[in-house]
Ligand binder design. Sequence first.
Ligand SMILES: Cc1cc2nc3c(=O)[nH]c(=O)nc-3n(C[C@H](O)[C@H](O)[C@H](O)COP(=O)(O)OP(=O)(O)OC[C@H]3O[C@@H](n4cnc5c(N)ncnc54)[C@H](O)[C@@H]3O)c2cc1C
Length: 360
Amino acid sequence: MRAEVDSSTSGRQFKILQNVPLAPFTTLGVGGPAQWFATAWTEDQVGEAAQFASSRGLRLFVLGGGSNLLVSDAGFSGLVLRIAMDGMVFHAASKFAKVLVDVAAGENWDAFVQSAVERDLAGIECLAGIPGTVGGTPVQNVGAYGQEVSQAIRRVRCFDLTTGSFVEMENAACAFAYRTSLFNTSEHGRYIVTNVQFELQEHGSPNLTYADLQRRFVKSLPSLTETADAVRTIRRGKGMVVDPAEQDSRSAGSFFKNPIVERSILKQVAEAAGLDTFAVPHWPMGASCIKLPAAWLLERAGFERGYSLGNAGISSKHTLALINRGGATESNIAQLRDRIIAGVRDRFGVQLEQEPVNVR
Ligand SMILES: Cc1cc2nc3c(=O)[nH]c(=O)nc-3n(C[C@H](O)[C@H](O)[C@H](O)COP(=O)(O)OP(=O)(O)OC[C@H]3O[C@@H](n4cnc5c(N)ncnc54)[C@H](O)[C@@H]3O)c2cc1C
């Protein structure tokens, strides 16, 4: 490793390094090196890194907390830019008790959730325990336990790699939908999120739409802090909170999205499972589509918790989490992924889609 550019800003050195292993920057812990690697502590450094990449004709990949990535064994040829800007500004409540909060993209997501619930601000309490950075959350519109981050986002500030300038995008411009936004679809790779503005409800009630949560609070309405703690406890029981001592949490979260299919597919799935259509779990999605639980499809196709293929496996606590059982490579994980996708397709005729982002 050697420093190519070395400038000091706010006491934090901005260095562009070569040949930096990426696996330690990911929760799955697989993958090869970045050809070039830098950490941005300020917005100016984001611009500096973009300039470095464009002047050399390099591809640029934005790294947050590495909790939704599958990095290739060959690594990434180009510049990996790790986003580390920090800072949270809680503004005064409006007369409707709405509170705006500006959060830098490199802040830890769960730390922000905790700061919000401790101030009795509702809107993100069910998203407690999700790993990664604040800047990573709008990208795939993270969601859990009945909430999606897009419901609380007001505005996203980004560096536009096409124009080389900063832009502020209102919620409606971000094209949020189930696990998608313009950042991971139509404008994939164009924007670097540097700051997110949230709108939270002061003294709001917790969202208790999920049965798992309701069951814990049958006697009284919990506070927002209690709700967030309960979500973390439920998640921990499923290996869905990153814990270095817990092999089942060495994952990229849910590896497959819940597939959205035409309603007519339900009959085909029911027949393949030997069930009546009403016995197949599903959620309506608009007039003509349904969402099927990917975990149910995996289990019925023979891919149960604890299933293993060499050093890769399925978590013993969560059917959708593919884990690094120790010493796994990207190709081990990919082999298991492909076996599962083929198995579900052969059994039900349903195509699963990978949720983590491929870095290659
Ligand atoms: C144990 C575990 C549990 C999880 N549970 C959930 C869950 O309940 N719900 C859920 O939705 N997800 C979940 N995830 C997935 C993951 O935590 C989220 O997607 C998270 O928001 C990713 O953020 P990150 O900072 O780690 O992004 P990374 O993994 O570093 O990057 C993911 C993608 O976002 C892009 N990106 C990251 N930061 C920026 C930025 N500042 N600007 C532009 N692009 C950026 C990257 O380029 C990449 O394409 C889980 C993951 C793990 C490991």
